[in-house]
Design a binder for this molecule. Structure first.
Ligand code: IPM
Ligand code: MN
Length: 354
């Protein structure tokens, strides 16, 4: 019995998660996939209910699970809270608690959505890349603070990486590349940052263990440009936390929309699966959100936490057929396609699963 914990979170989180749960029910039925669901609170809704963004109860629940499905966190209602109480802090604590050092964000160009993309077809048509982002180190978790000195405000964040933190994420990237097109691009800022110089050294050392995988290094600024200029060159991109955060939002547009980008965060224990988009409070509760990233995140859960490649493939193919049939939520709509709501596109995926 697969133990799955669901953390719907804030904004459009609950709506998109509901669609993924409909797909999960279908998976249960069609593949006799046995699972047990538990729900928990995280983010702003947890602040409202329990006074903190990652309550003890949620912590205990996720630690006992095999996989976690999360919607999104955050919203204007909680924007003025101190850093420790912000919804995002809940997500960061969840990642840290589960030791989720590897964040995987696969970006591929959906042929059905090329029309809608701001990029020319010849630039994005071959895009099929995997962003591998270090998720529990760097500036997000380094020493930080602020003070006032002679009426002047000062603040700082520090980036620290240990050899072990770098090698485990780099190994993950190389192992994933072995199963793909066997190329790794490591992204750093070794011309300026000390952490990046260590990063590059470790990457070089680890690369020796994967002779079939080719490697190149790019500075992060150059990588940001190359992603727009010639994104077809990339297979696996591996980088530190903050660079990965920025580059993955940029990359998502190569696949059509942030609303199509799923993610898996992996460590030693349970995996966390969440759409890469935010809580989109402006459209929350209006049946407008695109649930496909949440549904595709569920597919990643089947692949990585439960080793069910067959189920993952069938969900992904169903999504493709829904797009081919011309159904679109607002974020991926273009002239000549049919604008539908969150529920309707979720139902369509289930129908396509047969
Ligand atoms: C993401 C998000 C988070 C991050 C925020 C919500 C803390 O942008 O998952 O990419 O910066 O990691
Ligand atoms: Mn982000």
């Amino acid at each position: 019995m697969a133990k799955i914990v669901v953390l719907p979170g804030d904004g459009i989180g609950p709506e998109v998660v509901n669609q993924a749960l409909k797909v999960l029910a279908k998976i249960g039925e069609k593949y006799k996939f046995d699972y047990n669901l538990e729900f928990g609170k995280i983010g702003g809704s947890a602040v409202d209910a329990a006074g903190e963004p990652f309550p003890q109860e949620t912590q205990e629940t996720v630690l006992k699970s095999e996989a976690v499905l999360l919607g999104a966190v955050g919203g204007p209602k909680w924007d003025n809270l101190p850093r420790e109480k912000r919804p995002e802090k809940g997500l960061l604590e969840l990642r840290k608690t589960l030791g989720l050092f590897a964040n995987l964000r696969p970006v591929k160009c959906w042929p059905q959505l090329v029309e809608q993309s701001p990029f020319k077809e010849e630039i994005i048509k071959n895009v099929d890349l995997l962003m591998v982002r270090e998720l529990i180190g760097g500036a997000y978790f380094g020493k930080k603070g602020h003070k006032e000195e002679n009426d002047e405000l000062k603040a700082f964040d520090t980036i620290e990486y240990s050899q072990q933190e770098i090698s485990r994420i780099v190994q993950t990237a190389f192992q994933l590349a072995e199963k793909r097109r066997k190329h790794v691009t490591s992204v750093d800022k070794a011309n300026v940052l000390e952490t990046s110089r260590l990063w590059r050294r470790i990457v070089e050392e680890e690369a020796l263990k994967y002779p079939e995988v080719s490697l190149n290094h790019l500075y992060v600024d150059n990588c940001a440009m190359q992603l727009c200029l010639n994104p077809g060159q990339f297979d696996v991109i591996v980088t530190e936390n903050m660079f990965g955060d920025i580059l993955s939002d940029e990359s998502s547009i190569l696949g059509a929309s942030l609303g199509m980008l799923p993610s898996a965060s992996l460590g030693e224990g349970p995996g966390l699966y969440e759409p890469a988009h935010g809580s989109a409070p402006d459209i929350a509760g209006q049946n407008k959100a695109n649930p496909l990233a949440a549904i595709l995140s569920l597919a990643m859960m089947m692949r990585f936490s439960f080793d069910r490649q067959d189920i993952a493939d069938s969900v992904e193919q169903a999504v493709e057929r829904v797009l081919a049939a011309g159904l679109r939520t607002g974020d991926i709509w273009s002239e000549g396609t049919r604008l539908v709501g969150t529920e309707e596109i979720g139902d369509a995926v289930i129908n396509e699963m047969g």
